[in-house]
Each structure stands twice: as C-alpha cells, then as structure tokens.
Design a protein around this ligand. Structure first.
Ligand code: CAA
Length: 258
C-alpha cells in the first residue's frame, strides 16, 4: 500500500516503517498518525512480519505534533475530536515488538511516539525533549506520564518545565534508550536487533511484551503473578518443547509459533 507520509518496506520478517515528511522534520499531523496506525495494523495482520522498526530521517525522528495544524484549533476542536486520542490507542494495540530507531530530533509528540515503541535505539546525534512549554501548552501524547516512568520525576520535571533537550548520552545514562550507537550504524543496529527478535517464537515475544507492559499498569505482586501464569502457559506450546530440546541437543531452535 502507498502512503503519503510513510515509506514501508517488509523484508526478512521485519517491517521497516519510515516517517517521511522531510519538509516538516516529520512533524506528526493527522494524516501521518492515521497512516502510521494503518501501517502498524497492516504489519500486525501480516503473518510474514515478526518485528517492526519505526524510524525517521537522519535529521529528525519527529519534531513533534504539527504546530501548524494545531495552531488555530479551539478547545472544542481538540476535546471534541479527542485530538490524536484514537490514533495513539491504535498504535498501542499492536502486539508485535516495535523498535524505535531514533536519529536527530525526537521532540514533543516525536519523543512520545518513540516512548510508545517497545524500546529505543538512538544515534549519537539524537536529541530528545518535551518543549511544549515553549508553545504555551504541555505534552499531549503521554510525555508527562511515560518520560517520568523512564527517567524519574526530577529529570522529567526538568524537561517538561524548561523545555530543554536531552542529548543521546544523557538519554542512555537515564534509561530512556536501550542502546546508543554512532549515527552511521543506527539502522544496522536496529535491523539486526529486529532480525534477532524475528528468530524467536512469536508466542514468547508476545508474552514477553505483555508481561513487561503489565509492570506499568499494576502492583508488583499482581505483576509477578501475571508473569508466572504467562510463563506457565507457554508450556502448552510446541515452541517451548523445541526451545528446550534444542538447548539440550546443542543446536539452534526452529520455532514455528505453535
Ligand atoms: N510542526 C510543524 N512544523 C515543524 C515542526 C512542528 N513540530 N517542527 C519543525 N517544523 C518545520 C518548520 O516550521 C520548518 O518549516 P518551514 O521551512 O516551512 O518554515 C521545517 O520544519 C524545518 O524546521 P526549522 O527550520 O525550524 O529547522 P531547525 O533545524 O532550525 O530547527 C527544531 C529544528 C529545533 C526541531 C525546530 O524546528 C523546532 O523547535 N521545532 C518544534 C519543536 C516542538 O516544539 N515540538 C513540540 C510540538 S507540540 C507537541 O508535540 C504536542 C504533543 O505532545 C502532542
């Protein structure tokens, strides 16, 4: 399917989705977020896809929600349409692992979009920020909640109140990103992580994603029980038998998602 604001490529079980509004540093407008939700749903339904990589350009992952689209909207427009509410819910419904490969600016909605992915790998030129305060508003796609969980209250408050940017080293040091690599190696690193994930049992990757995500939503004791039950349930799969047999036979496991 052809998109106006995205380039999508599926190869070797990995869907690579590239945000493509270079004239606006990939600012997230309604068209882009709607298309992104469509592309992610298509990847979810495509049996060939086992992992997804979401990226932008070398200069910008995404410089935020589209200020030009929002500037003249009223409260009634924003609240009445639940601006970006439906699209973000659709993005979060995806059960396949999604890696954000971030180079350049990931600001406002761009930082929030990266945080909605399962983990972030960034280039050494990445800059993260929640600069909405400079526009007389605050984050609206999860920044105040997710950034706080990633980096803690003090740093999150600093970012939201001053609007300052965080460079790649600070982002890695604070736990916002899982890996920091030289810009030239970003896509190789992200695609190689995606291919590694694609080799696993999809039943197990889905269970792992559900279990980690649950840690954000529940108490420790409920989360531990949820994890243990998912762990137990994987013993009903052929992939568990194959994985454990392969270990004992000293060979690579051949998972069949069964
Ligand atoms: N919305 C719309 N257009 C944007 C944009 C945005 N968020 N960010 C950049 N652009 C456009 C610029 O207007 C410019 O277009 P024109 O050439 O037509 O003027 C083009 O992209 C290139 O941008 P700059 O010339 O500004 O590039 P720069 O290298 O000088 O600066 C930047 C880069 C620091 C990222 C700067 O563009 C910037 O500060 N952008 C806005 C960042 C921001 O405030 N993001 C938060 C948005 S609100 C939000 O996201 C709310 C939410 O949580 C949902």
């Amino acid at each position: 399917m052809a998109y106006e604001t995205l380039i999508v490529d599926v190869e070797d079980h990995v869907a690579l989705i590239k945000l493509n509004r270079p004239e606006a540093l990939n600012a997230l407008n309604s068209t882009l977020l709607g298309e992104l939700a469509d592309a992610l749903e298509a990847a979810e339904k495509n049996d060939k896809v086992r992992c997804i990589v979401l990226t932008g350009s070398e200069k910008a992952f995404a410089a935020g929600a589209d200020i030009k689209e929002m500037a003249d909207k009223s409260f009634v427009d924003m609240f009445g349409s639940d601006y970006f509410g439906a699209e973000t819910t659709r993005l979060l419904n995806n059960r396949k692992p999604i890696i954000a490969a971030v180079a350049g600016y990931a600001l406002g909605g761009g930082c929030e979009l990266a945080m909605m992915c399962d983990f972030i790998i960034c280039a050494d030129n990445a800059k993260f920020g929640q600069p909405e305060i400079n526009l007389g508003v605050i984050a609206g796609m999860g920044g105040s909640q997710r950034l706080t969980r990633f980096v803690g209250k003090s740093k999150s408050m600093d970012m939201h109140l001053t609007g300052r940017f965080m460079d790649a080293e600070e982002a890695e040091r604070s736990g916002l990103v899982s890996r920091l690599v030289p810009a030239k190696k970003l896509m190789d690193e992200a695609l190689s992580a995606a291919h590694k994930i694609a080799e696993k049992s999809q039943l197990a990757t889905k269970a792992a994603k559900e279990a980690v995500d649950r840690s954000y939503e529940t108490t420790l004791s409920e989360g531990l029980l949820y994890e243990r039950r998912l762990f137990h349930s994987l013993f009903a799969t052929e992939d568990q038998k194959e994985g454990m047999a392969a270990f004992q036979e000293k060979r690579e496991a051949q998972f069949r998602d069964k």
